[in-house]
Design a protein around this ligand. Structure first.
Ligand code: 13P
Length: 247
């Protein structure tokens, strides 16, 4: 085991130059917690400037194209993001799967493109409320994970984020038992594909209404190796307690 906790803030479509001071404040908090890996996933427009004042945090991007270059108006390649100063990228967030119609195959291809560019990856999976209510969330999410998993998946460049869609931005979270059970199921699914040793080393984050009040309990679950945090990552005052809860 010995998985280092990863606490990642996903700023989504939030953040202007006026927020660079907030990013620097998060970087200072991260520097005080070397036992925790802290990242801020920013709109691409802020990556280059934020990378200069990132302190103890790393800067990440929220998506990349699966191709290296070409006629894809408005898109950004993993190489471009790496050159701008990103060290990680999120792929397969439910908001992109829904808004941009990204398939599991697209997500796997993006993860591979990111790795080729030298970026690390957080790959997101999670169920809708209908699936949760129907009682088969674990089977559906494990299937989604295996269908999205890139070739060569390994713990030194890939982490998984379990984000129940109905928990994102709603203030609702699953029970601790449900989170524990899902994360254990995901680790077993990973083991079936990449082997127990690699699966044991791979971090599985929880995301969806994580905040300073619930982070410690969530991250105390043995298979929860950190968090992917939206709203509560937008200020140092809110994100600091989440980082502190990770150790
Ligand atoms: P919230 O923390 O705002 O629920 O968002 C979670 C999320 O989608 C992170 O990627």
């Amino acid at each position: 085991m010995g998985r280092r906790k990863l606490v990642a803030g996903n700023w989504k479509m939030n953040g202007m130059k006026s927020h660079l001071a907030e990013i620097e404040a998060i970087g200072r908090i991260a520097a005080e917690r070397p036992g925790v890996e802290v990242g801020i996933f920013l709109p691409a427009t802020l990556i280059m400037a934020a990378a200069e004042g990132k302190g103890g945090a790393f800067i990440g991007a929220q998506d990349c194209h699966m191709n290296v270059n070409g006629a894809h108006t408005g898109c950004l390649s993993a190489d471009m993001l790496a050159e701008a100063g990103a060290e990680y990228v999120i792929v397969g967030h439910s908001e992109r799967r829904e808004d941009q119609g990204e398939s599991n195959a697209d997500v796997a291809a993006k993860a591979l493109a990111a790795r080729t560019a030298g970026l690390k990856v957080i790959l997101c999976v999670g169920e809708s409320l209908d699936v949760r209510d129907a009682g088969n969330a674990e089977a559906v999410v494990c299937e989604q994970l295996l269908a999205s998993l890139p070739e060569g998946a390994a713990a030194d460049w890939l982490a998984i984020a379990y984000e129940p869609i109905w928990a994102i931005g709603t203030g609702r979270i699953p029970t601790m038992d449900a989170v524990a059970s899902m994360h254990a199921a995901l680790r077993a699914a990973l083991a079936s594909r990449i082997g127990a040793q690699e699966s044991d080393a791979m971090r599985i984050l929880y995301g969806g209404s994580m905040n300073g009040d619930n982070a410690a309990e969530l991250m105390a679950i043995p298979d929860v190796d950190g968090g992917l945090v939206g709203g509560a990552s937008l200020t140092a005052a809110k994100f600091g307690p989440v980082i502190a809860a990770a150790g």
